[in-house]
Write a protein that binds this ligand. Structure first.
Ligand code: AP5
Length: 193
């Protein structure tokens, strides 16, 4: 199996592009943000505990998302690989993911990082706020906090992955189809099509 991280700040297009990439390459798309929002929508005990953290734009504890991902990895069949979206978000999560994959004879093959400037991120998230119903899109101060949290806690993963030779930057500004084409170019070393 071939395993990719799709990486970038809030609003960089990870979710939008993941859906298209997963379909094209038969990858299992795992978004921890989507999994957590599903817990909230279901009214589970976990969802109730996590919703106030998420609505402030802070990260939920590492062990919560590691557990969510672990529960999916062994239940995935007939896929060419995994596409991790919004996970990992800390170096500790990255180390945990590597361990989970290594124990199953796999690794992170490539990290595709969407590069989008600050003003474009804010513009996209404010535009989305009306339809998404996401409390973390509704308040510009929370959007700024999500970006700050990304810079402080998540971006250090880039250096970690660069040292492992798996970092691939991708220009994340342009039309959705243009960016999809760039990501497919980045993936074609690993997958044929
Ligand atoms: P998560 O759901 O991962 O949200 P995020 O990282 O803030 O990212 P978004 O979904 O907002 O943006 P995206 O990059 O996916 O862009 P999208 O394609 O949606 O996390 C939410 C929260 O959950 C976190 O804050 C945290 O609390 C918690 N959490 C999740 N995972 C965690 C983890 N591993 N550890 C700890 N906590 C975790 O696009 C955004 C908008 O832009 C859309 O409206 C889209 O239509 C539009 N758009 C996309 N591409 C383009 C384009 N090319 N041009 C114009 N508009 C575009």
């Amino acid at each position: 199996m071939v395993n990719f991280l799709i990486f970038g700040p809030p609003g960089s297009g990870k979710g939008t592009q993941s859906v298209k990439l997963a379909e094209k390459y038969n990858l299992m798309h795992l978004s921890t943000g989507d999994m957590l929002r599903a817990e909230i929508a279901a009214g589970s005990a976990l969802g109730k505990k996590m919703s106030s953290i998420m609505s402030k734009g802070e990260l939920v504890p590492d062990e919560v998302v590691i557990e969510l991902i672990a529960s999916k990895i062994d239940n995935t069949k007939n896929r060419a690989g995994f596409l991790f979206d919004g996970f990992p978000r800390t170096v500790a999560q990255t180390v945990a993911l590597e361990k989970m994959l290594n124990e199953r004879g796999m690794k992170i093959d490539s990290m595709l990082v969407l590069d989008v400037d600050h003003d474009e991120l804010v513009k996209r998230l404010i535009l989305r706020a009306d339809q998404s119903g996401r409390p973390d899109d509704a308040d510009p101060a929370v959007i700024e906090n999500r970006i700050d949290v990304y810079r402080a806690k998540t971006e250090p993963i880039i250096d970690y992955c660069r040292q492992k030779g798996i970092y691939q930057p991708v220009n994340g500004v342009g039309s959705i189809d243009e960016i999809f084409g760039r990501l497919c170019d980045g993936m074609k070393t690993f997958l044929t099509r």
